[in-house]
Design a binder for this molecule. Structure first.
Ligand code: NAD
Length: 311
């Protein structure tokens, strides 16, 4: 099986995440998409949110009214899980974050879907092998973890369990690309996976510093948006090491994590060794000056548009 064999997709749960995930499949992927939820009244709300999101896309010139209509025509809604299961070659589970409920959905889908159907979960905090425990098709389950609003934020974490087949990984990856998403491959199953863990580390530190009255909530918010938040569209934590030239600093100065609270975990040998090496992650050292200039030009362009918000 490959991505071309996916003719229809299902989304279980039409809430905050589910309706937006369905938009991606119908609008960008062109897939007939069926959403299942518990009650008609909830599905009415999903349909309303889909329509108003597509209207915003039109108003912001992202899509044409014809594209919106085509997408809407591709989306159907049901309260019957069997109807979704019969029709779907790929199912995204996006129900409430309660482990037994998610496990029950995977079990029901396993019973109701054709044997080739792939199931992915949008869980934020559980690992997929726990959600799919005991079902057949262990090679056909995985994670697609979207970020709200999922029809706008392009990045999606993708991961498998230890039993997920390479073929399933490939299909998940290509489906994400076919629906205009940017898949971020996470190699291991850990609670919270990758991005939420990084985000949580920052949020935890911000809360801690606020509670110690180091700064007000307003100053913390402003400080992040006006500094590394400003750089973020161009520079993540690895390329910051490269572009700030930290790899050129003396070893003792490169040990930036010592700034963290004493409660933070001690640095592992793997991290220490990487810092001892003092080599950039992505940058060719001989291209440092021109890379920094390119970055600066990009920042200046961003500054021109953002300056009014920062003052
Ligand atoms: N909201 C976010 O920012 C966010 C971001 C990433 C991941 N997630 C994850 O996505 C999932 C959904 O979150 P959400 O924010 O959309 O929640 P939500 O409460 O907005 O929507 C969940 C939907 O699932 C439905 N539902 C519950 N049990 C069901 C069942 N047995 N069968 C069918 N439908 C059922 C509910 O009626 C509801 O409409 C969760 O696992 C959450 O952790 C949420």
């Amino acid at each position: 099986m490959n991505q071309k064999d996916i003719k229809q997709v299902g989304v279980v749960g039409g809430g905050t995440m589910g309706f937006g995930i369905a938009i991606n499949f119908a609008l960008w992927g062109g897939y007939p998409t069926i959403i299942q939820d518990l009650k008609e009244s909830i599905l009415d709300q999903s349909a309303k949110q889909i329509r108003s999101s597509l209207k915003l896309f039109i108003e912001e010139d992202l899509i044409t009214p014809e594209q919106a209509k085509e997408a809407l025509d591709k989306i159907t809604l049901t309260t019957d899980l069997a109807e979704l299961a019969n029709k779907s070659d790929f199912v995204t589970e996006a129900i409430v974050e309660i482990l037994p409920d998610k496990q029950k959905i995977f079990q029901d889908l396993d019973r109701l879907c054709p044997p080739h159907t792939i199931f992915v979960s949008n869980t934020s905090s559980f690992v997929v092998s726990e959600i799919g425990i005991g079902i057949g098709r262990q090679d056909k389950i995985g994670l697609t973890h979207y970020f709200a609003p999922p029809h706008i934020v392009p990045g999606v974490e993708v991961a498998g369990t230890p039993d997920t087949s390479e073929n399933t990984h490939e299909i998940i990856d290509s489906l994400m690309k076919a629906t205009n998403r940017i898949p971020i491959r996470v190699k291991k199953e850990i609670p919270g996976y990758l991005i939420n863990r990084i985000q949580a580390a920052m949020e935890q530190e911000a809360l801690q510093l606020w509670s110690e009255e180091v700064a007000t909530a307003e100053e913390i918010e402003k400080g992040i948006k006006a500094t590394f938040g400003f750089r973020m569209p161009h520079e993540g934590p690895m390329s910051h090491y490269d572009l700030a030239g930290i790899w050129k600093w003396p070893y003792s100065a490169r040990m930036a994590p010592k700034m963290l609270n004493e409660s933070a975990d001690p640095m592992s040998d793997k991290i220490k060794n990487r810092i001892v090496e003092g080599t950039p992650w992505f940058l060719e050292p001989e291209n440092f000056d021109e890379t920094v200039e390119r970055r600066d030009r990009e920042y200046i362009r961003r500054l021109k548009t953002l300056y009014s918000e920062l003052t």
